[in-house]
Design a protein around this ligand. Sequence first.
Ligand SMILES: [Zn+2]
Length: 426
Amino acid sequence: MTSGRDPIFERQLDLLNHGLALLAQRNPFYRRKLEHVRLPLPSVDALRRLPFTTKSELLDDQAASPPYGTNLTYEPSEYTRIHSTSGTTGRRLKVLDTEASWAWFTRCWQHIYRAFGVGRGDRVFAAFGFGPFVGFWAGFEAAHQIGAQAIPGGAQSSLQRLDAILECRATVLLSTPTYALRLAEVARESGIDIAGSDIRATIHAGEPGASIPTTRSQIESAWGARAWDHAGLSEAGPWGYECPEGEGMHVIESQFAAEVLEVGGDAEVGEDETGELVLTNLGRWAAPVVRYRTGDLVRLRSTPCACGRAFLRFPGGVLGRADEMVQVRGVNVYPAAVESIVREEASISEFQIEIFERRRMWELRAAVEVTEGPKPEEVKARLEKELHRRLGLRAEVSLAPVGSLPRFELKARRFRIQREGSQNET
Ligand SMILES: [Zn+2]
């Protein structure tokens, strides 16, 4: 630990001890989990002695005590908002907030906007469906809290959204990186000049894309804007924003305690190593998570940052899901690494990747759509060679008809992992 981080730990310890005392007293879910923990904690390090919280545990709890489970610190009538996880895999987790805990959620978002220089005079367009998934709900609310104009972009086609962006002279776009590229594709097809629009910044979440240099530069050149990455999840909250100096994703450590642990284990990874992010939110005590295993893969860096912030950072942002990582001859292969190579081919508009184990060897199969350029066969051959050379995987690339692969508005599902002898697919 560096001394520059001591004030962060002091603040975290105060918040933690205040919140844990409350949970031990009033939250049935955590009262059980904290039963044998001596409070107050003497240091933030002591957090590591507490049990983990997992998503399946929260889902089981809601199934056993329907509909909301027991992770409630207050009377059910105090809860004024309900969201649910995006449900890309299986059951959806319901996440409840009180007025106070939702205010904390939007405060984290205000922090993100400030880091990106967004504020009064900006017009923020949320290209988002405004369904039960928390997605950009808080980003939308925080936009007007910081004095910007918030423009809802729900229940519209891509073309209608592009029209609204131009008509309202939006300056900031909120969307997944995939959807920013999809809007750009539709604009191109319809002869709409989005690079000449007022959009000056795009803010992304939900997928690794915006921190992958090749994906980012595609977004930036299509929109003529600066693309920013942000990270969060319904269960924990909006926890990170991209460093203005390009040094990675900073954790908002004034509101979250973060650990990076070995995938599937409980040992901390070393500096610059990749592991699973484990989060404790420090202000959402009505809907808390303590040592929550996010399943997100990040690379840890804690040295002082060029931007002057002392907050931890993760170079390359969220790299993918922990269960999507495989080791090929000692090299970690994860979605962001694969996407970064695929996106180097600017003519590829959409893709699907399957990584599978055969006779104890990992292989990769990719289907790609090539929309521009005269020779798709050359793109295919080049991509096979690059994937093999840089990931050490035998790769087979096939060309898919243009428009045939799935398009995504929320979180893209482009990766599939098939482990040998296992029925578990991700
Ligand atoms: Zn920084």
